[in-house]
Design a protein. Structure first.
Length: 350
């Protein structure tokens, strides 16, 4: 198992300079990849281009580029450019987002997300392979048949013939699709105790195309808080969990809330959502059970982190993409160092 760093939404952890220091420290410690996210604030592409110029060995990944925000050929152009600028260090993470962001921010109907994702990845790969892009699908038709459009191919010659594609998947059918068409999976709130069913879906997708999990990267985003008391370490993570379980979506459609229900936290998930939607954000955070935070995070002293890392590795995680917490920059960097030490102690490091 390898370590990664997730910097989340750029500038949300104390300023851009702070994030750069974290990335440079992660590179020095031998972390394999840094991921940048986007929702409806900072975009991931600009951040990754900037980090490509600041680093030399650590991979750079999107977690994730939103499918409704860009045409598939625009994403292929972006992936090829980032891979060229970074000399072959880019990983392309994709996701359909959710109906509130897709329709409310991007003005794109959240319809047929599975078919849209499959076609999107097909076209991205076709473009990156420098094939002439001709496609007739349910969602995308290229070129349009009733106008002057011409079938084209990518002008740029990418550094690599194959740029790895990751999918952010939560639902059972989307998990199976990730196994079938992607090179990796980016889960959030992955719990070693409950992740078996999700990985079974990934395996089913791999089996459809005659593959197993060999070479497939399960890159779980995992908060890490270092301290003597795991209970106290859970507190900084609770607002993040409450945001997703309670507020990322509507009452009728929240993928993260549904995930918490499948993990056995149905009553707590409903309570967190009720409080969050009533704008009682502190109450919602306090209502997140310790067991949920602990099961999906790394909390406590180094020896406990090492024990939990073994749990994640045994559950099938191949990259632990850490979101480090600290009261200041020094503590956050110390968390990165403690995690690297814990991986060495765990005996499951690659």
């Amino acid at each position: 198992m390898r370590l990664g760093l997730n910097v989340g939404y750029w500038g949300m952890r104390g300023g851009n300079g702070a994030d750069v220091e974290l990335v440079l420290e992660a590179e020095r410690l031998g972390y394999s990849v840094v991921w940048a996210a986007e929702a409806y604030g900072s975009d991931a592409v600009t951040v990754l281009a900037y980090l490509a110029a600041q680093t030399s060995t650590i991979d750079l990944g999107s977690a994730v580029l939103q499918i409704p925000a860009r045409t598939p050929t625009m994403t292929a152009m972006t992936a090829a450019t980032l891979d060229t600028l970074s000399e072959g260090r880019f990983r392309l993470g994709l996701g359909v987002s959710g109906p509130q962001v897709s329709e409310g921010w991007h003005g794109v109907r959240f319809a047929k997300p599975l078919a849209r994702t499959r076609e999107y990845v097909d076209i991205v790969r076709m473009a990156l392979e420098r094939k002439t892009v001709r496609y007739a699908g349910d969602t995308y038709t290229m070129p349009l048949p009733d106008g002057p459009g011409k079938a084209l191919k990518l002008m740029l010659h990418p550094v690599r013939e194959h740029i790895p594609v990751y999918l952010a998947a939560i639902g059972p059918k989307n998990l199976e699709l990730a196994g079938e068409i992607a090179d990796g999976w980016q889960p959030v709130f992955f719990s070693p105790a409950h992740g078996g069913a999700a990985l079974d879906r990934i395996r089913a997708g791999r089996a459809k195309v005659g593959k197993d999990l060999t070479g497939f990267d399960v890159s779980a985003t995992v908060p890490v808080v270092v301290g003597d008391d795991p209970q106290a370490c859970a507190d900084p993570v609770r607002p993040y969990a409450a945001l997703y379980v309670g507020g990322m979506g509507s009452r009728e459609q929240n993928f993260y809330n549904a995930l918490a229900v499948r993990m056995g936290f149905g009553e707590a998930a409903a309570r967190v959502q009720d409080l969050y939607l009533a704008r009682d954000y502190e109450g919602a955070a306090a209502a997140v059970p310790f067991e949920f935070v602990d099961g999906t995070s790394l909390l406590g002293p180094v020896d406990r982190l090492a024990e939990r890392m073994r749990d994640f590795a045994e559950a099938g995680v191949t990259t632990l993409s850490l979101t480090p917490y600290g009261r200041n920059q020094e503590e956050t960097i110390a968390s990165l160092r403690a995690a690297a030490e814990a991986l060495d102690k765990s005996g499951v490091g690659e």
